[in-house]
Design a protein around this ligand. Structure first.
Ligand code: MN
Length: 246
């Protein structure tokens, strides 16, 4: 199983959640929302080789945490993964748009200077702007658009720019999501929970819940769960060796 976007540090008991993911053999990308959360979150991966920790600065926190960009740059050599980063175009965050762009561009340039990273990117209501920023900074890394909610046309543009997609179970249940899935090359797809932020019938989503996403994905792809899992793991291996896009 692969959960390529999970906020381990935001569970009520992060250490227990991390151990549960490790015991359940979930290959997990543990994303952070602020640079100051990185080291504490990285500690959760110690002795748990299935967990990788990403350095992030969430667009919704851009205004309040832009002063942590210096810390971001300082910590960047410690990881191959960056996220959660990106832009949020929803009206709630309209007033921080300029700062969001400054922060995102700064991060992309730092990643390019560092030789590229795997990037877990938030793009709600801002897919064209995210793609513009990525185009402006060649070599920032391999973008993985997390929880994509854009249009099929935007997905097409993203694919042409070398983007990958990490998808959650709601996408596989909606008609629009299924239409999107049908156009994504299977070799550019990973699975995610975005836990604990996604509410499932039993409570906040957990890394193991990605199994349900894989079940649905297999159904949509018309393959067995074993085949879908093998595809996803091959994708994950390839992600690490693919050259930075751009
Ligand atoms: Mn998230």
């Amino acid at each position: 199983m692969i959960d390529f976007h999970c906020h381990l540090d935001l569970y009520p008991d992060p250490d227990r959640e991390a151990q549960h993911a490790q015991d359940s053999s979930v290959a997990l990308l543990s994303v952070t929302t602020t640079p100051s959360a990185f080291l504490g979150t990285k500690a959760l991966a110690k002795g748990r080789p299935m967990i990788r920790t990403a350095l992030g600065l969430h667009p919704e926190l851009a205004e309040e945490r832009r002063h942590e960009l210096a810390l971001f740059d300082k910590l960047l050599p410690e990881t191959s993964y960056v996220g959660e980063i990106g832009l949020d175009g929803s009206s709630r965050h309209a007033q921080s748009r300029t700062t969001q762009l400054e922060v995102f561009d700064h991060i992309l340039r730092s990643c390019a200077n560092a030789g590229g990273r795997v990037l877990s990117i938030h793009s709600r209501g801002a897919v064209p702007q995210v793609l513009d920023s990525l185009r402006d900074v060649p070599g920032a890394g391999t973008p993985v658009l997390h929880w994509f909610t854009g249009t099929t046309r935007q997905a097409e543009a993203a694919l042409q720019q070398g983007c990958w997609f990490s998808i959650g179970s709601p996408m596989l249940r909606s008609a629009k999501g299924q239409e999107l899935l049908a156009m994504l090359p299977r070799e550019r797809v990973l699975t995610e929970t975005d836990g604990p932020f996604v509410a499932l019938p039993h409570g906040p989503s957990r890394p193991v819940d990605v199994q349900d996403t894989i079940r649905l994905l297999a159904l949509r792809w018309g393959v067995t769960e074993v085949e879908a899992t093998a595809r996803l793991h091959a994708n994950l291996r390839h992600l690490h060796i693919s050259p930075p896009a751009g």
